[in-house]
Design a protein around this ligand. Structure first.
Ligand SMILES: CC(=O)N[C@H]1[C@@H](OP(=O)(O)OP(=O)(O)OC[C@H]2O[C@@H](n3ccc(=O)[nH]c3=O)[C@H](O)[C@@H]2O)O[C@H](CO)[C@@H](O)[C@@H]1O[C@H](C)C(=O)N[C@@H](C)C(=O)N[C@H](CCC(=O)O)C(=O)O
Ligand SMILES: Nc1ncnc2c1ncn2[C@@H]1O[C@H](COP(=O)(O)OP(=O)(O)OP(=O)(O)O)[C@@H](O)[C@H]1O
Ligand SMILES: N[C@H](CCC[C@H](N)C(=O)O)C(=O)O
Ligand SMILES: [Mg+2]
Length: 478
């Protein structure tokens, strides 16, 4: 594709463009290099490296010079996303974007499952990577950079995916990673504290999420909103200001309304109302909050055109996402579960949700990520203290920070907690404590397969470490 075709601008000379990237190290011959100002570095300082690697053109802020043709744009991140959308032009017929602090991954997976059950070729993009029956790809971010995102959507579409549910993180929205995606549906789970290291204020965090509804949702699109989520009313207002229809779900929902939710050992007995009819469903999901995510997923599928009755009939058949309230081992009439709660709200929600599954005590293990929002740490500790019988504080991806000081910050919220830095030892100690009917909930890493210390990632999987610890304990007990 010629540069002028890609950029919709008359440019001389007008080179052939064979690829796009914002990373000078990934430039090959014929690539357009987007020089983006970032948090750590200024992409413009890498233009010489991009030129050396054979770049054919540059995208940059006004005032940046190069011997190559330059596309000038005051918003180069947005422009890169638009160029990527043109370079990789195929998108599934229906794309739903899901934003919110907690529940995006689960909701995206549920929506993709519902579409599949209704006979569509569906997929998801998010924290678990790009997934579908016909195409899979591991991804480094929840919302990948625009080049990776559009390349992935193009490949999924060529493979046959027609319905896509994708997570849109606040970082992704603030950095225009998903601009250029044609969103037929925009969905909202909830907004509570996270990422205040990146967003200067909570308002800025909300506004970033709001972009999905104000800027990215198509003008013929529909918003699907979990009315039980913190911040839901404000999102309804964003849709109303654009005159866009909403599908409202949850206990406080208008279109898919939860009437009752009874957690039992292996799932949730739900009663709901949709289109004037009452339905019952018993999906194998652990944790009452998953009902909110399941209903929001139903709302997304309805917003995209499915009949409410057809969607309700399939709700019983959806399964939890890996690492989200996942049951990993049974022991002494109780069990061990793994969950991805890594915010104060999620820690409280997950621990409250496990209670009906624990005839005995609830034991919680948690840490907090390094190089991330510090202010959430004591709040996560306090949420654990308020909702568990025993709390153990351990490490969770300390990254470049001192692990002991991260633990100390969590311990401010739960001073009586037991502190064991080594995550494997903490899990073994938690398992050793389990008495008749007790439940151990291991929080924070969910599906993650590694522990990041400095810039090294050591293989570590909560579920398999917990299974081994349970097997060892069983052997000891004979
Ligand atoms: C804070 C943040 O989100 N940063 C992201 C951002 O980095 P940046 O633009 O600030 O990059 P920078 O290092 O300052 O460099 C500036 C520019 O110079 C370029 N560069 C740099 C070095 C070089 O040799 N050559 C070169 O061209 C870089 O590619 C970049 O374009 O753009 C980069 C490229 O897309 C991302 O990899 C990077 O993600 C960092 C690593 C990250 O950890 N992000 C996390 C927090 C994140 O995005 N998380 C959300 C989900 C969170 C959640 O919901 O829980 C996600 O969607 O995954
Ligand atoms: N509707 C909800 N309300 C409150 N907490 C929730 C909700 N859904 C999930 N959680 C909690 O948040 C954790 C993360 O869930 P999930 O992975 O679905 O969220 P996410 O928004 O994708 O997170 P991330 O931003 O890291 O990608 C879960 O393991 C659970 O503890
Ligand atoms: N997407 C989230 C994941 C957090 C998971 C937790 N294990 C951590 O490392 O903090 C983030 O990057 O903030
Ligand atoms: Mg996610």
């Amino acid at each position: 594709m010629r540069l002028s075709e890609l950029a919709y601008e008359t440019i001389e000379p007008d080179p052939q463009i064979d690829g796009l990237t914002a990373d000078s190290r990934a430039v090959s011959r014929g690539f357009l290099f987007a020089a983006l100002p970032g948090v750590q570095a200024d992409g413009a300082s890498y233009i010489p490296q991009a030129e050396e690697n054979g770049a054919a053109a540059i995208l940059a802020l006004p005032g940046v010079t190069s011997k190559l043709p330059v596309i000038v744009d005051a918003e180069p991140r947005r422009r890169l996303a638009q160029l990527a959308a043109r370079f990789y032009p195929r998108q599934p017929e229906v794309v739903a974007g899901i934003t919110g602090t907690n529940g995006k991954t689960s909701t995206a997976r549920f929506a993709a499952q519902l579409w599949t059950l209704l006979g569509c070729e569906a997929g998801s993009i998010g924290t678990l990577g790009a997934q579908s029956r016909v195409y899979e790809r591991a991804l480094a971010h929840t919302t990948p950079d625009p080049v990776t995102l559009h390349e992935t959507m193009d490949a999924m579409t060529r493979a046959g995916v027609t319905h896509l549910a994708m997570e849109v993180s606040s970082h992704g929205l603030a950095q225009h990673r998903a601009d250029g995606v044609h969103f037929r549906v925009a969905a909202f789970t909830n907004i509570t504290q996270d990422h205040l290291d990146y967003h200067p204020t909570f308002e800025d965090y909300f506004n970033a999420k709001g972009r999905l509804f104000t800027d990215l949702l198509a003008s013929n699109g529909t918003a699907a909103i979990n009315m039980d989520g913190e911040g839901a009313e404000a999102v309804v207002e964003l849709a109303r200001l654009r005159g866009l229809p909403t599908v409202q779900t949850g206990w406080n929902g208008r279109d898919v309304k939860l009437l009752s939710c009874e957690p039992h050992m292996s799932g949730l007995a739900l009663e709901l109302e949709c289109g004037g009819y009452v339905y019952r469903a018993d999906p194998p999901l652990i944790g009452a909050f998953q009902a909110e995510n399941a209903l929001l997923a139903a709302g997304i599928v309805i917003a995209a055109g499915a009949k409410g009755a057809d969607v309700m009939m399939q709700l019983a058949n959806i399964e939890g996402a890996p690492g989200r309230m996942e049951f990993v081992a049974e022991i002494a009439g109780g069990g061990v579960y793994v969950d991805y709660a890594h915010t104060p709200d999620a820690v409280g929600t997950a621990l409250k949700a496990i209670r009906p599954h624990a005839p005995g005590r609830v034991i919680a293990i948690l840490g907090a990520g390094g190089d991330r929002d510090r202010t959430k740490r004591p709040l996560m500790g306090a949420a654990a203290k308020a909702n568990a019988d025993i709390v153990m504080v351990t490490d969770d991806n300390p990254r470049t920070e001192d692990p002991a000081s991260i633990r100390a910050e969590i311990l401010k919220g739960c001073p009586d907690a037991k502190e064991i830095g080594d995550r494997g030892e903490a899990i073994a100690a938690g398992v050793a404590m389990l008495d008749e009917g007790d439940v151990l909930l291991i929080l924070g890493k969910g599906h993650e397969a590694g522990q990041q210390v400095g810039d090294q990632v050591f293989p570590f999987d909560d579920a398999s470490v917990a299974r081994d610890a349970v097997a060892d304990r069983m052997k000891e007990l004979g």
